[in-house]
Design a protein around this ligand. Sequence first.
Ligand code: PLP
Length: 453
Amino acid sequence: MDTIKYLLSENQMPDSWYNIQADLPEPMPPVLHPGTGKLITPGDLEPLFPMQLIEQEVSTERFIEIPEQVQSIYRQWRPTPLYRARRLEKALDTPAKIYYKYEGTSPAGSHKPNTAIPQAYYNKIAGTKRLTTETGAGQWGSSLAVAGAFFGLDVEVYMVKVSYHQKPYRRAFMESYGARVIASPSNETESGRKILQEYPNSTGSLGIAISEAVEMAVQDAETKYALGSVLNHVLLHQTVIGIETLAQLEMAGDYPDIIVGCTGGGSNFAGIAFPFIGAKLRGEKQDINFVAVEPAACPTLTKGKYAYDFGDTAHLTPMVKMHTLGSTFIPTGIHAGGLRYHGMAPLLSHIVELGLVEPKAYGQLDCFAAGLSFARAEGILPAPEANHAVKGAIDEALRCKEEGVSKTILFNLCGHGHFDMQAYTDYQAGLLVDLEYSSEEIGMALAGLPVVG
Ligand SMILES: Cc1ncc(COP(=O)(O)O)c(C=O)c1O
């Protein structure tokens, strides 16, 4: 019998997250204060995050225990299945073996609850009453709304305006769990009003929505801010994905030659890849390639600059060294809303700079085509963001066919697309176009980078 799904039981779920900072050959560049440009202290971050998350941000411990209360909620949907894509392999007529880890079985439909739950937990035990956040596609806002309901926290979500209108059911989903959803830029914050004055028709960006959420959090001692990607602690929480996958591949008697993930802020890619990159850094496994796929319409890793920049448009967040298109860069309203971020996780940027990960960019038309081929072969309709990983994996499988080699390809199917049907309708109606930025346009946004040092 050909096995399709590799399943772990609840008692095989990881009880620790993996922290790649323990295995880095060089430490990451430091984080700088947005006002003074000096090294940031834990105290500077306290208005935004509870101390246990700040400690995780800078920790170099290799494994960090997952609190029992978080494990018990994780068990609601974890461990998630690892699939062997046998029908897709057949459809592509490739000698490659393709595996995918499916994170769409979570309550929100993606990997995002892996960090929403612990973030809500650490806030709850620190006495926080309300969390503010941003959301692009709505997957992250949905996840924090679910986590808020589990822990009795109020949740306010600044949702990028273009997505707010493209995905009305995501808003309804968040509201079902008691969250308040505000289209960003809004009139509720200084940062939002400033943008609206200059650009009354602004469709928003993750950078603007972050500014609004941060501004609201710093004004009230009982309110903290939660970020759905980019930060070290978020990437850390996502490593449950890769740790489970290691065990599942062992059941399958396989090990990947290539790992593919999509990158918006870097968290789901880190989740699947970091435990494997760690094994490579420790010298346990060598020949393995890592491919990070981003949209050509927001080419942070492939066309951005590795430099210090702000995480948001109004420059309220600390400055971090990352691949960036400039904090004023507003990508077009592609449907992969979760990949429309001007920056990248500093930890992943650092790892890309070390030459451990190969970044690639694809246009949305190719990604939707890949997503539909996948859906027709495997039965699962991916989120538009996940289509980028599907496209990356299919390309690798086709390369194997061309070269007549059988490699093992693993990718992260980070979410389902059940709330993204407008995107598929538009694609099938021929309404979507590909967009690439000229070097002048990118140069303009990069001209605003802060001068540091
Ligand atoms: C389904 C999905 N995939 C990917 C992403 C991109 O984020 P990250 O790169 O942090 O995984 C998002 C972000 O909202 C998302 O909703």
